[in-house]
Every structure is written in C-alpha cells, then in structure tokens.
Ligand binder design. Structure first.
Ligand SMILES: *Cc1c(COP(=O)(O)O)cnc(C)c1O
Length: 224
C-alpha cells in the first residue's frame, strides 16, 4: 500500500537530525499535493521553474517559504524577486548581480546559495571550486547589499556508489569551511549546506548538510 504525503513527510522528518531543514521539492506536482504537505506542517517548498511558480504561488498560503532550486535564467529573476525566499542555485556573478538589482527594485534582501559543481556529470550547472574561489576573491559581491549569501548548494553524482557520493559531499563540506573562514567569518547568515535528495539524503546528513531537498520520497514519482 502506498503511503500518503503526510505519512511520507512524518517519516522523513523523524529521520532527519534536528538541525537539518527540509525543503519539500514540489516541482511537477499539483497545488493540491502541496496543500496536503502544508496541512501536515511543511511550509518550505522547492520549485525549479518560474512558469510553474507563477501558477502555484497565487493559490497557495502566503506564509510558504519558496526556494528556487533550479537553473535560473537572468531574464526570469524579475518575476520571482517579489516573493522568493531563497534562490539556491546561483552559478554566476551575472545572475547574482541581477538578483541584487531586482531585489533592490522590490525593496527586499533575497537569500541565495552559491551552487558548486563537484559531481562528475558534465551537464550539471554550478561553479567549479576554483571559479567559486575566484568570484569570492574578486570581492565584487561585497557591494551587492540586497543579496544575502547564506551558504552553498550542490547535487552529488547520480550513482549507486555511496562512497563517491560521500566523497563529493565531503569535498563540498570542506570547501564550506574554507570559504567560511576566509570570507564569511563575520557573516553569521552564511551557514547553509544544501545537499541531499530522495536517494542520498541519509548520506548528506552524515556529511554536514543543513538543508535537504526531497521530492520523490514525499510526493511520489514526477510525471513530466
Ligand atoms: C528535483 C530536484 C530535487 C529533488 O529530487 P528527488 O530525487 O525527487 O528528491 C532536489 N534538488 C534539485 C536541484 C532538484 O532539481
């Protein structure tokens, strides 16, 4: 027998360490499913398409914290800037500057994470560690007062090899320590490590994740 969204959520919540937050990834699932999760106490949701958010946000509770977790084109930032809680996958200075510009227009400060590319897949977005170091060393980000850089995000390789997943997540965790010490020691809000999805969140919890992004294990398979 399949379990309900509420039961899935409770099971996952009870298996997460207290200091790990849960982003319920609702992309491709209808607003009714989101309401079911909301009724079960989940108020943080992740989506990866602006067009989908455009449809869902107006019909859902106003206190939902929406995380944008997909690749974001700069020309889409203006549409989500009025309400988005966190943009998790910032992978260029250009995008960071556009978020700052649109946040300024809205009179907001938008939380962002810098996305790292550590996985072996060539198709994934994100900064190489060296490109991320270069961005931070350059220092232009310091002038962007309407973005709050809250940490790092990454997706591990899609593989059954747990040791590889663990290795990639620990590379990300070590890199977090490096940049926290060098650039963000005075920024208490730089504290998030977003890694772990349905198939690897248990490993992520052992690799210092603070935020797991889980879709399928809550809502079931997506129908694209
Ligand atoms: C879809 C998606 C997830 C959730 O994946 P599941 O395997 O369904 O848990 C997490 N992170 C990102 C960036 C995604 O695009």
């Amino acid at each position: 027998m399949s379990m309900s969204i509420g039961q899935n959520l409770r099971q996952i919540q009870s298996s997460l360490p207290e200091d790990v937050g849960l982003v319920a990834v609702s992309k491709f699932h209808p607003a009714t499913d989101i309401m079911e999760a909301y009724a079960a106490g989940q108020h943080i949701f992740g989506e990866s398409h602006e067009q989908e958010l455009r449809v869902k946000v107006p019909v859902l509770p106003k206190d939902i914290q929406w995380h944008f977790i997909g690749h974001l084109q700069t020309n889409k930032v203006k549409y989500i800037a009025p309400y988005i809680y966190m943009i998790e996958a910032v992978d260029s200075l250009k995008l960071l500057k556009e978020i700052n510009k649109q946040a300024t227009r809205c009179g907001r400060v938008i939380k962002v994470l810098l996305e790292l590319h550590i996985a072996e897949e060539t198709t994934k977005y994100g900064f190489s560690l060296d490109d991320c170091r270069a961005l931070l060393a350059d220092g232009e980000w310091r002038a962007l007062k309407n973005v709050d850089i809250c940490g790092l995000m990454m997706m591990a390789s899609l593989t059954d090899n747990e040791e590889q997943i663990r290795h990639e997540m620990l590379v990300a965790a070590n890199f977090f320590d490096e940049v926290k010490t060098r650039y963000f020691a005075e920024y208490p809000s730089f504290c998030e490590r977003s890694w772990g999805m349905s198939d690897d969140y248990k490993i992520a919890c052992q690799c210092r994740s603070t935020l797991v992004r889980i879709g399928t294990a809550i809502f079931g398979q997506r129908v694209y």
